[in-house]
Design a binder for this molecule. Structure first.
Ligand SMILES: [Zn+2]
Length: 368
C-alpha cells in the first residue's frame, strides 16, 4: 500500500552531504553527485527589455546552484530547440506560421504581453526542447528539472501572459507520440491558473471527484463535483490537469482543469500545503499517470508583484518537498518547470527556484 504523504517520515539530509575519504581527506564526489539533470541553456534568456518578468533569472539560478555546491557544470545538459513538428503537436499551423513569419496581429501581440521578435520565438522553441529533454530524463532518473519553461498560459492558437509556446504540453505530446508515456498529470502551483494547460487538454477524458473540505471558503471547479468516476483505466493520451491558484487574479476566464483549487487572497503556508496535499491525493486516487509535470511557479510568494497569496520562502520549499515526496512514494517520474516569479527582490525569486532543485535533491537522495 502506498503511504499517504501525511505519513511520510521526515526528510533525511544525509544524501545531500559529501563523505570525506579519511585516507586522502578529499570529498568522494560520487556520493555528493546530483542524481538527476538540470536542463539549461544560455538561450533561455528572454530578450524582452525592461519587464516585470526577470529574464535573467535562469542564468542566476544556474550560477547560484553552482556557487553553493548544489550542482556541478556537468549536471546541466543543454537542450536542442524543439522542432516545428514538435510544436505542431500542440499549436495550430496558423499560429506557428505567424510566429515563424513575425505576423502576429496587434491584438495578438498585446495578449502575449512580451514584445515579439524572432529571437524571442527562438527562446520559446528552446524552452520547449528543454522540457522535452527534462521529461525524457525524468523517465530514467525519476526526476529532472528544466531551469526554465512552465509557459502555461499559451493556447493552441495564441499566446498570453508572457507565454508564447506551451513547453510542458509539447513535451507531454512528444513523449506520448514516441510511445514513452501513455498518460500524464500536470500539477500547477503557479499563482495564476493554468488556463493554457486546461484548454489544450480539455478534450481528453478526465473526471474528478470533489475535494474534501479543508476550510469552507474554497471551491473546486463546478464540473469536478459531477462525478466520482475512477480513471485507473485511463486511455493513452489522457492528461489529468491540476491547478492551485489565486482565484482573484489573471486569467479572468479560467477554463476548467480536471481539478481547480481556487484559493482566496492572502492564503498562507499551512492552508496552501493542506490544499495541495488534498488536490494531489484526490488526483492520484482517480488517475495513475506515467509522468507528473510539476509547474513550480515562484509567484505564490508573499512579496510577489503579480501574486496575492502569502507563502513564505520556507513554505514554498515545503510545497516542493510535498510534490517530490508524493512522486517518489508512488514511483511516478516527475519533470519540473519554473513558470512565473515576480518578487520585488529578484534574488528572492532566484532563491525560491534554487530551493526547488535543493528540495528535489534532498527528497530523491534521502534513505528509503
Ligand atoms: Zn504566474
Amino acid at each position: 500500500m502506498v503511504r499517504s504523504p501525511n505519513h511520510l517520515t521526515p526528510l533525511s539530509m544525509t544524501g545531500a552531504l559529501g563523505v570525506t575519504d579519511s585516507a586522502s581527506g578529499s570529498i568522494i564526489e560520487s556520493y555528493a553527485m546530483l542524481p538527476f539533470k538540470l536542463i539549461y541553456s544560455n538561450g533561455y534568456y528572454l530578450p524582452i527589455g525592461a519587464h516585470v518578468f526577470p529574464a535573467e533569472k535562469y542564468r542566476c539560478v544556474r550560477d547560484r546552484l553552482l556557487a553553493n555546491g548544489t550542482a556541478e557544470a556537468k549536471d546541466f545538459p543543454e537542450p536542442e530547440p524543439a522542432t516545428d513538428q514538435d510544436i505542431l503537436l500542440v499549436h495550430t499551423p496558423e499560429y506557428v506560421h505567424k510566429l515563424k513569419t513575425g505576423t502576429l496581429s496587434p491584438r495578438e501581440q498585446m495578449e502575449l504581453e512580451v514584445p515579439f521578435s524572432p529571437e524571442l520565438a527562438r527562446a520559446f522553441w528552446l524552452a520547449a526542447g528543454g522540457s522535452i529533454l527534462a521529461a525524457r530524463q525524468a523517465l530514467s532518473d525519476r526526476v529532472a528539472v528544466n531551469i526554465g519553461g512552465g509557459f502555461h498560459h499559451a493556447f493552441p492558437d495564441h499566446g498570453e501572459g508572457f507565454c508564447m509556446i506551451h513547453d510542458v504540453a509539447v513535451a507531454i505530446r512528444r513523449l506520448q507520440r514516441d510511445g514513452k508515456i501513455r498518460t500524464a498529470m500536470t500539477i500547477d502551483c503557479d499563482v495564476h491558473q493554468g488556463n493554457g494547460t486546461a484548454a489544450i487538454f480539455a478534450g481528453t477524458r478526465t473526471a474528478s471527484e470533489p475535494l474534501p473540505s479543508v476550510a469552507g471558503s474554497m471551491s473546486t471547479s463546478p464540473h469536478a463535483a459531477k462525478t466520482a468516476a475512477k480513471m485507473r483505466g485511463a486511455h493513452a493520451g489522457d492528461v489529468f490537469t491540476i491547478s492551485l491558484h489565486q482565484h482573484n487574479n489573471y486569467p479572468m476566464w479560467k477554463p476548467p482543469s480536471s481539478i481547480d483549487v481556487d484559493l482566496p487572497d492572502g492564503i498562507g503556508d499551512d492552508d496552501y500545503l493542506a490544499w495541495l496535499d488534498n488536490a494531489l491525493s484526490s488526483g492520484l486516487r482517480q488517475f495513475e499517470p506515467d509522468l507528473l509535470c510539476y509547474i513550480a511557479g515562484a509567484d505564490p510568494y508573499c512579496e510577489d508583484q503579480l501574486g496575492g497569496l502569502s507563502l513564505t520562502i520556507n513554505g514554498l520549499k515545503k510545497r516542493d518537498e510535498l510534490v517530490f515526496r508524493v512522486a517518489r512514494a508512488r514511483d511516478i517520474p516527475v519533470m519540473v518547470t519554473f513558470a512565473g516569479g515576480y518578487a520585488l527582490n529578484v534574488e528572492d525569486t532566484v532563491t525560491i527556484h534554487c530551493n526547488t532543485v535543493i528540495a528535489a535533491k534532498e527528497v530523491f537522495t534521502a534513505q528509503e
